[in-house]
Design a protein around this ligand. Structure first.
Ligand code: ADP
Ligand code: MG
Length: 675
């Protein structure tokens, strides 16, 4: 049903609803409240505290008085009382208040308590006559011109359109077994709950369903029938590989390599392992070691990176390292000339390449392997499940290794990867000096610039990062381009400066980044596009403007661009925000270089919603579930197992509606693509 079928929703309203992502009555039913106002817990007037938001039940002791303010605005005042005291209510610019509230009538009022020179008052409270009964009111995400009241009345109308019995995607046996209420009940109660308990039960049902749908969808994307690996690895070449390296592997790297070698020489199910290690912990060498062993055993290895520049960098390093080993290493990325791609693909299909490094070009249909034994994905959060699956499908159950610097909670990892083993690299290479991090204000810029210049004079390089600007945002935020222009004209007039930002074309970005890596530029001004993986050991300064605008994990990723070589490196956070929260957050950065600690703090301070909100996981957008809700994740996992066990196959007719929900979730767009 189009949303215009609702009473009171014409073309204009429909456009506003579309802005909120709601186009049909069905979508409106799934447009869940972002919060609730609980009118069922009534507070006595004597207990009200400044700054709190309350529901009171009180009698209008005097008629509402309207006063005209300069500029034609109306100020309405009333005094209400319960058996413990009285309080003033104030509304601005609502001419109807006096007509809506009857002298002597008893109402619920819901609002925030403020205190000014005239005493305490409740500011612009919402109200309802007590006869209507106390309930929990939904609070919806709104947009200009479409107030919450209009949304909630449209939702209420939609709910009345639901047929007597709604077909439920979750089979009844399963629902009963796990104590999940029916769909119709859940939809009513999530929008208009009568009690806290009703709301809880509705949320449980809807959250579980959404995660279940996600869970089952991920399983079918992964292809859960990965049986025995067709890749027989008999000999371990990791010692030989180590002798090629210009450094000794750290203990943690050795352990990770050992875990992987044990996996692939078992000759049973294929390896499915996540290598988790902080930025700069040396994940590439671990991957390279595995690629070496697999290649030496006569199979091909594929190493997939999310960007051209990273792929190219890995290619240059590894082809140099493996120069005299008799192994053939090639690069396959989208920006290569057609003829070059053709050449590489032919060699790959013919089995003449041992290790191929590339981007998404590796998983296009045209790319065929002769005998793919190992698939490695770097910076796993940049890839969707479907892309990893596509790479795996290029071989016969090849081994899989994914690498990530972002810690993923175990339960979420289970959904993304299925039964996944994890090796953690919790040690940095010994030569590494911890990056020194300081917090400064904008007034310190001249000093900071002088510092950058002195580092550059010693041969080092520096980054300055500015946040992305969204349209319509205030002008005090530095934009990369303007900022760089300013620098080139003034402080850094005699220094080669380059700029990259979101609008820089891809090939141009690649060129600038590799020129920077080759030290053709001393200073790179950039937005966060430089965040992922690039290794420039010569860079020693990272300056981050408007640091308060970044999440801690993001700041840590950015800081990880320096301190990768033998030089003492510095990270300067610039922020003029002095709010205690901001200062505390940025202080965390100054206090530790430990990525796991920072991710932890980030979760604590920003809340799980924000942390995972950056979609660092390649999963579809949830409408009610929260990826940090471990209990629900576990429950959905259990139910998904049960469903697979009970019904064997998603094509079972009893799962028809559930299957439709899966298709709907995964067609919403955004997932399984690069972000
Ligand atoms: P990340 O884990 O962030 O991908 P990299 O693999 O890019 O880290 O390694 C960062 C840098 O550290 C590279 O320049 C690499 O050559 C170097 N490196 C890796 N392992 C060691 C080691 N054991 N000793 C010294 N340097 C190392
Ligand atoms: Mg890396």
């Amino acid at each position: 049903m189009p949303i215009t079928d609702l009473k009171g929703v014409g073309e204009k309203r429909a456009e506003l609803f579309a802005k909120l992502g709601v186009n049909s009555v069905g979508e409106l039913l799934n447009f869940y409240p972002r919060a609730y106002e609980d009118w069922t817990s009534v507070e006595k007037i004597e207990n009200l505290l400044e700054g709190g938001t309350y529901c009171i039940r009180a009698v209008l002791g005097k008629p509402v008085s309207d006063a005209l303010l300069p500029g034609g605005r109306v100020l309405s005042k009333a005094t209400v009382c319960d058996d413990t005291g009285a309080i003033k209510l104030v509304w601005f610019n609502n001419r109807y208040i006096s007509r809506m509230l009857a002298y002597g009538g008893e109402y619920f009022f819901f609002g925030k308590i403020t205190v000014d020179g005239y005493g305490a008052q409740m500011l612009s409270p919402a109200f309802a006559p007590v006869q209507k009964g106390a309930s929990i009111h939904p609070v919806y995400r709104t947009t200009a011109g479409l107030p919450g009241k209009s949304i909630s009345s449209a939702v209420e109308q939609s709910l009345t359109f639901l047929p007597e019995t709604v077909n439920d995607p979750i089979p009844e046996v399963i629902r009963k077994k796990y104590g999940l209420c029916g769909l119709k009940q859940a939809l009513w109660d999530v929008h208009f709950p009568k009690t806290r308990e009703a709301l809880e039960s509705a949320r449980k049902r809807l959250v579980t369903e959404e995660l279940l749908v996600l869970n089952l969808g991920m399983r079918s994307l992964r292809g859960h029938s990965r049986g025995m690996s067709g890749v027989k690895i008999s000999k371990d070449f990791s010692m030989e590989f180590e002798s090629l390296l210009p450094f000794e592997l750290t203990g943690a790297q050795k352990r990770a390599v050992g875990d992987c070698v044990a996996d692939i020489t078992k000759n049973s199910a294929p390896m499915n392992r996540l290598i988790q290690g902080d930025v700069g912990s040396g994940k590439t060498a671990v991957a390279a070691s595995l690629c070496y062993t697999v290649a030496k055993n006569g199979f091909q290895a594929a190493f997939m990176a999310p960007t051209e520049i990273l792929a190219r960098q890995h290619f240059e390093n590894l082809s140099k390292l493996l120069e005299n080993t008799g192994l053939k290493v090639e690069l396959l990325t989208g920006s290569l000339k057609e003829s070059e791609k053709k050449r590489v693909r032919a060699l790959l299909a013919g089995g003449e390449i041992d290790l191929v490094i590339g981007t998404h070009a590796l998983i296009t249909e045209k790319t065929e392997f002769h005998s793919l034994g190992l698939a490695v994905t770097d910076e796993q959060h940049r890839f969707g499940v479907a892309q990893r699956a596509a790479l795996l499908n290029k071989g016969e159950n090849p081994h899989l290794m994914v690498m990530s610097a972002t810690p993923i909670p175990r339960t979420l990892g289970l959904i993304i990867f299925g039964d996944l083993d994890i090796s953690i690299i919790d040690e940095l290479p010994p030569s590494r000096k911890p990056v020194k991090t300081v917090l400064r204000g904008a007034a310190d810029r001249p000093k900071i610039y002088n510092f950058i210049k002195s580092e550059i004079a010693q041969g080092r390089q520096a980054f300055i990062v500015c946040p992305l600007i969204e349209e319509g945002e205030s002008g005090d935020v530095a934009s990369a381009e303007e900022y760089a222009a300013g620098l080139m004209l003034n402080s850094f007039a005699d220094i080669p400066v380059a700029v990259v930002h979101g609008k820089t074309k891809n090939d141009e970005k690649e060129r600038i980044m590799s020129d920077f890596a080759a030290n053709k530029y001393s200073l790179l001004v950039a937005t966060t596009v430089i965040e992922v993986g690039v290794d420039v050991p010569n860079a020693s300064v990272m300056v981050i403007e408007n640091a308060e605008r970044f999440g801690l994990s993001q700041l840590h990723q950015l800081r990880g661009r320096v301190g990768r070589g033998k030089f003492q490196s510095y990270c300067v956070l610039i922020s003029d925000r002095r709010s205690p929260d901001t200062v505390e957050r940025l202080r965390v950065m100054c206090g530790t270089n430990d990525g796991f600690k920072i991710a932890d703090e980030d979760l604590k301070m920003r809340g799980p919603g924000d942390f995972f909100g950056e979609r660092q996981h390649g999963l579809p957008q949830m409408s009610i579930a929260d990826f940090a809700d471990t209990k629900s994740l576990e429950l959905s996992q259990k139910i998904a197992d049960d469903i697979i066990f009970t019904y064997k196959d998603l094509r079972n007719d009893e799962l028809r509606l559930l299957k439709a929900e899966i298709d709907r979730l995964f067609s919403r767009g955004g997932q399984n693509t690069m972000n």
